[in-house]
Design a protein around this ligand. Sequence first.
Ligand code: NAD
Length: 281
Amino acid sequence: MAEILDGKVMSETLRAEIAEKVAGLKKKGVTPGLAVILAGDDPASEIYVRNKGKGCQEVGMHSETVRLPGNVSQAELEAEIDRLNADPGIHGILVQLPLPAHLDEESALARILPEKDVDGFHLLNAGRLMTGGAGVIPCTPRGAMYMIQQTGLDLSGLEAVVIGRSNIVGKPMAALLMRANCTVTVCHSRTRNLKDHCRRADILVAAVGKAGFVTGDMIKPGAVVIDVGINRVDGKVRGDVDFESASRVAGWITPVPGGVGKMTITMLLQNTLEAAERSLG
Ligand code: NAD
């Protein structure tokens, strides 16, 4: 049976370290601050935003939610971002996605100062990740990478397969694995012989958005299996990996819930802490 990579336990350890560093910054007169902009009233977004606020509170950070109506204009949204860019008490700004359909997501993200872009979605941070520079790393792939490192494996030269090529998960995940000297294959909806690719993987990351998509027969015995998926099925949250069959073959596996999802918010807190530290120079 696979060893569980427990996001809850890892998060608790990391959040305790973050809280200690926040307390240290407060002594220097800086309270790390995160602002979340929420446009409209998407129920899933409401939950995410609430959890982000709770996370901040837990580690002693300041947080605020800027609620905008669903029919807010692009200019009003960007004016709000400008205000937060100029606010010295705010070190991290996050625009909760998806935005209502009439708004231009790319242009809103580009408006955030790159040093306050704690989601790591600004083109400059995405570019830095690809070129190996020091930028903000998107929270979900950063959390997934941390979990992979907790296996203690020497990652250099390992075969890594990422299923999914989105800008927020698949692509940055592949870039991080490349940085760790893995040999990386990115699979997507047009990939042929997906199973063959997966079965070669020492590290398999599933970011597909389909419940139970990856089954035990697609996994190399002893592999590290990272399940990024969050799918709601009959009121329950399920991952992209069929845990039952996969955990019998894998060497390590992340559960859903209690895996990568938990780490995502922890990494958001880490990115906000680092942004506040940078603001001190
Ligand atoms: P997305 O829809 O943007 O991308 C899905 C990717 O899967 C695409 O690149 C697509 O090519 C690929 N895909 C679809 N069908 C496929 C198939 N049959 N074979 C191979 N590839 C296929 O989704 P996303 O934003 O990257 O999110 C993926 C999943 O991760 C979702 O379940 C999402 O809810 C979850 N997610 C979780 C967290 C977290 O905090 N744990 C954060 C972000 C996203």
